[in-house]
Every structure is written in structure tokens, then in C-alpha cells.
Design a protein around this ligand. Structure first.
Ligand code: AMP
Ligand code: ZN
Length: 113
């Protein structure tokens, strides 16, 4: 989708610090990090949110989690811990309507309010 910032990042048409990419997912640094490590892991396919997720997307879900685990290790978060967040819809504060998983770590976090 040409108007989607994450689609443009995936396709190399918008700048981002990409840390991983394969045929299913792309991961890059969040440009407004809320913690020392703040990565976004996104499906290469444009899926606006979990509401539009389909059963056929299940292999991508597995890959998203596998990549999250590998990146957590690569960024030295395995011991200290980390959080995965996927916002969906207005009440969650979702701002970019291309499904993404936030991988956040490197500082102590409180329970979500
Ligand atoms: P959400 O509220 O879950 O939709 O989060 C969207 C996230 O995308 C925010 O943490 C933003 O800082 C991040 N973001 C938005 N545009 C960009 C961009 N061009 N490059 C990297 N991260 C971005
Ligand atoms: Zn998109």
C-alpha cells in the first residue's frame, strides 16, 4: 500500500534502520524509542491490524515470534527480559495501521495502565 509508511520501509522506499528482513517479516528500530531497545517487527504483507488477520497468516505469526526471540538475544535482552506489544484499534493507541509487534527492553517496565 503506497500510502503506508511501514510498506514503504519494507520496500526500501522510506528510510529506517532495518535490523532483519526475510520473505515474511521485517524488523527495524522505532524512530521514537521508549526504551534503550525498541524494535518493530512487521509482516511484509499489508495487514492493517489484528482485526484483519486471517487464518492464512498463521505462518507469519510464528515467524514474528521467532524473529522477536532472535532479536531479543541479539540485543542482549534474554537475561534481563523484554516485552512484546501489539496495539489494535483506537483504545490501544494504535497509530500506524500496518500490524506490528513492538519489542521493548533494556529498562524496568511497569504494568500497563
Ligand atoms: P502504535 O502506536 O502501536 O501504532 O506504534 C507505532 C510506532 O511506530 C510508534 O512507536 C512510532 O514511533 C513508530 N513509527 C512511526 N513511524 C515510524 C518510522 N517512519 N520509522 C520507525 N518507527 C516509526
Ligand atoms: Zn503497510
Amino acid at each position: 500500500m503506497s500510502s503506508c509508511i511501514f510498506c514503504n520501509i519494507i520496500q526500501g522506499k522510506a528510510p529506517a534502520e532495518i535490523v532483519y528482513q526475510d520473505e515474511l517479516v521485517t524488523a527495524f528500530h522505532d524512530n521514537h524509542p521508549v526504551a534503550p531497545v525498541h524494535l518493530l517487527i512487521v509482516p511484509n504483507k499489508h495487514i492493517p491490524s489484528l482485526n484483519e488477520w486471517e487464518a492464512s497468516d498463521e505462518p507469519t505469526a510464528g515467524r514474528l515470534l521467532s524473529v522477536a526471540k532472535c532479536l531479543a538475544e541479539q540485543f542482549h535482552l534474554r537475561q534481563s527480559g523484554y516485552r512484546l506489544i501489539t496495539n489494535t484499534g483506537a483504545d490501544s493507541g494504535q497509530a500506524v495501521f500496518h500490524l506490528h509487534v513492538h519489542l521493548i527492553g533494556g529498562r524496568r517496565m511497569r504494568f500497563l495502565g
